[in-house]
Ligand binder design. Sequence first.
Ligand code: FMN
Length: 401
Amino acid sequence: MFVVVGVSGGIAAYKSVQLVRGLVTAGHEVHVIPTEDALRFVGTTTWEAISRHPVTTSVHDDVADVRHVSLGTRADLVIVAPATANTLARMAAGIADDLLGVTLLATTAPVLVAPAMHTAMWEHPATRENMAVLRARGVQVIGPEDGPLTGGDSGPGRMSEPDDILAAALAIVPDRTDLAGLTVAVSTGGTREPIDPVRFLGNRSSGTQGAEVAVAAADRGAHVRLVAAYVDEGVLAAALRHPRVTVVRVATAVELRTAMLAASADADVAVMVAAVADYRVAEVSDHKLRKEDGTPTLDLVTNPDVLAELVAQRQVGQTIVGFAAETAADDAELRERGRRKRARKGVDLLAVNAVGWDQGFGAGENAVIVLDASDGVRAEVAGDKRAVADGLWDAVASVRG
Ligand SMILES: Cc1cc2nc3c(=O)[nH]c(=O)nc-3n(C[C@H](O)[C@H](O)[C@H](O)COP(=O)(O)O)c2cc1C
């Protein structure tokens, strides 16, 4: 894994030497980016010797390598340890006046900060607000711990121990590349079938599960084509930032069919998570239907069955995965419906999940049963939608051998 370790100007910088050493010993490629102030605590010589890479604070060194962008874009993970009050404030404000600031803006990788400062600084409203901003942006935080501080005081503000930071870092980016080299196509979101220029038939899909399936595959090394119909605000943010995800936007089932068949043509795996409308309106009105025209009757026609078409055009070695959102009275009925659907569709794997008025939609938890072609249960996963996505990819990896 390619790890950038940002170091800012606190006494705890000396402990980050051990963190860098631990990462290097574990086989990771580590690039240290100190702030100018950090170098007053631990110098360039130490960082270069420990990381075995050149170290600079400035965007004006190694300009030919476009170092100010390349470190951030190549990073799988950025750790800032220690993170001073000043550096956290700069991060919250997006200030990019040194190599660390620019790298933090250029990266799409997960960011872990290990704050270290006097308790009064940590508890100051400015720092609290900055931390809230960073957390809301998805920055992960470890510590600070409660204990003795430089200067003789004691309280929250000690940087977490290097081994704990290392463990937290590896938990954020599980070092998995089991899908490297695969190209996968994933669909997500709900289609909208127009009735007239302002109205549509839609569904409650938020697109969250499909976006997580896409990002999980990309995190595990795959190249992902994500065909996204309508999704909730913010759902695609991580996918759009991910260097291995390409997003294609569609609106209707017919558009989704075209995009998904194209995306899947030479893909190793195709996963249909999108909630594709089964029907569309036979004749879309070119003007807004008006009340005074009387109550309209909508004639519906059946939309193409995208999953069936994917199965029909399946290439040798291609794995096709469907999702079935089912309402069922109980678990037995859910499984039975799933089995019948898997056989009918001819997919390699079918992820069956129970949906209802308060189940299955949005950012909450999900639970799926993954059925395989011999009608066996290949996996049962429950948890947040990322966990479900990873469980699904484990199942895909196991059927592909
Ligand atoms: C001995 C010493 C220890 C310091 N320790 C901390 C610290 O632990 N946390 C912190 O936020 N600032 C600490 N500071 C203050 C920072 O070094 C100062 O705010 C600096 O501007 C931080 O710059 P940087 O965030 O760009 O590295 C310390 C200063 C000195 C002289």
